[in-house]
Design a binder for this molecule. Structure first.
Ligand code: ADP
Length: 494
């Protein structure tokens, strides 16, 4: 796992990282910090301010003050210009942002840097969306003369709680609509990957976004995150993360009945019919779960293969998986880096043991890598379990690791029922040359995203979100903006 000595990252200057509240960088009130740990070797990358309840209170007050101040009077042109400036800065510094994520949570640099178009595109999309925020003039059947119309207004102070798997774009997913609609934000990044959110906040200030509009409080989920979710002066929580935490956020938000958007986990079916282009399908099935080591909410983790090609097809997928270079995430040829944290390593390896004990057959991978330098980090190779049964826990629970469960199927009716037999409904992939089969699956599956003859494509103009316990609300696309807006009905009698 050799990697040439890298130039030190400009953001990792040895100084503790601070909270951003009301345009000022400050230590946590308690003065405590927590370490950002390298998943490659367990070393400390930086110390980060450990925000808690009181820091959240300050940040929410700052966000409220900004929301009620001149910010609410900004013209659409001004907010659009800020988003466009931020897009330019993110484009300028994307390599640094991507490298921070790679160092912080271990995703290969080929993956993190490959998200540039998406990150910049999201900001430009929300910049153009500023101009789409309009109410309606409605008809009415009231007696007398009435003019009725609706106004679209920002929902207010938004608490954004994001995960560690795609940190920069997760933060932009929340920041973009906040600025577009004229809301303000308190962003709580994940403990495992806070650095790029802090750097993004610096860029937001450089873009001229006023103090208090963007606040960042780093710290633990069960204190800082929970305080944000419970705070009665927060109008909305935009959350991306596990469904377990999603449930806690729903409960915490009840006190003031906050608006919620929840983008949660998945156990997405990936379906291959015998008539598909099998070379492409095998590549899609492999990368649908092994990209970012499976730490992707929409990963295609349940592979359903038509029985007559099952044995041969899963061998092909395994072959591709075995060839994926595992290594240092900064090495441009690496496809599989370490998992993000020791907790994640523990969780994924416990599922590897569970799969074997449930009677599934690992045809590749199946155990943590421990030779040489790998022993210091959190490396798990691509793993494919064959002969999985629908009711096994490895086929039902979200693992969030490079673990694929393969199962044969016979016919459409049985397939649809099994594909839908999950508490989740985030994604579904289907490979076939038969347009009828493609449409049948696309309609029958209860999932927010369906990919036909591809897996995981995402576009800024398309809504992303889940059915069932994969959450509610949509990110990006027209629908996402609505979640940051109130609608006011005005009756004017004349
Ligand atoms: P994971 O288990 O993969 O870390 P989580 O859903 O727990 O995923 O984490 C996603 C985000 O939710 C992180 O920013 C984390 O700090 C935050 N979080 C965790 N627990 C809570 C909680 N009780 N309330 C609010 N946020 C939380």
């Amino acid at each position: 796992m050799n990697i040439a000595a890298q130039a030190p990252h400009p953001f990792l200057d040895g100084k503790p990282k601070k909270l951003l509240i009301d345009g000022k960088w400050s230590d946590a009130i308690t003065g405590t910090t927590f370490p950002s740990i390298s998943p490659v070797d367990g070393s400390t990358l930086a110390d980060i301010a450990q925000g808690g309840v009181r820091d959240i209170n300050l940040a929410v007050s700052a966000a409220r003050k900004a929301f009620e101040g001149p910010w609410s009077k900004t013209k659409p042109f001004e907010r659009q210009a800020m988003l466009l400036r931020l897009a330019e800065l993110v484009e300028r510094d994307f390599h640094d942002l991507a490298t921070l994520d790679t160092l912080d949570m271990g995703a290969p640099i080929s993956f993190t840097s490959g998200r540039k178009t998406r990150a910049v595109g999201l900001l430009r999309y929300f910049a153009s969306a500023v101009m789409m925020i309009n109410g309606d003039t409605t008809g009415n059947s009231l007696p007398g003369d009435f003019f009725t119309y609706t106004l679209k207004e920002p929902v207010g102070v938004v608490g954004a709680i994001i995960p560690w798997n795609t940190p920069v774009t997760a933060a932009i997913w929340k920041l973009g609509p906040v600025i577009a609609t004229g809301c303000t934000i308190v962003l709580k990044p994940a403990e495992e990957a806070s650095l790029s959110s802090l750097r993004l906040a610096e860029l937001a200030m450089e873009a001229g976004i006023p103090p208090g509009v963007v606040n960042v409080v780093t710290g633990p989920g069960d204190t800082a995150g929970a305080a944000l979710a419970a705070h009665t002066d927060v109008d909305k929580i935009a959350f991306t993360g596990s469904h377990f935490t999603g449930q806690k956020i729903v409960q915490a938000s009840a006190r003031n009945l906050k608006r919620l958007t929840l983008e949660l986990g998945g156990k997405s079916p990936h379906i291959v019919f015998a008539d598909a282009n099998l070379d492409e399908a095998a590549q899609g099935a492999a990368m649908g779960v092994f990209v970012n080591s499976g730490q992707v909410c929409a990963a295609g983790t349940r592979l359903f293969v038509e029985r007559k090609i099952y044995a041969e097809f899963i061998e092909r997928v395994a072959d591709l998986g075995r060839k994926l270079p595992v290594g240092h995430p900064l090495d441009p040829s690496t496809q599989i880096g370490p998992l993000a944290s020791s907790a994640q390593l523990e969780r994924v390896t416990s599922y590897l043991d569970l799969g074997a004990s449930e009677g599934a057959r690992p045809i590749m991978g199946g155990a943590r890598l421990t030779e040489g330098d790998f022993a210091k980090g959190y490396f798990v190779p691509p793993t494919l379990f064959a002969d999985v049964k629908d009711n096994m826990r490895i086929a039902q629970e979200e693992i969030f690791g490079p673990v694929l469960s393969a199962m044969p199927f016979e016919g459409m009716e049985e397939l649809v029922e099994r594909a839908n037999s999950s508490i989740f409904g985030l994604g579904c992939g289907v490979w076939t040359r038969d347009v009828t089969k493609a449409h049948t699956v696309a309609r029958a599956v209860r999932a927010g995203n369906v990919w036909v003859n591809n897996y995981g494509a995402m576009d800024v103009q398309m809504p992303f979100g889940g059915y069932k316990m994969s959450g509610y609300g949509r990110e990006s696309g027209r629908e996402s903006l609505e979640a940051y807006l109130q609608t006011k009905a005005v009756y004017l009698r004349f």
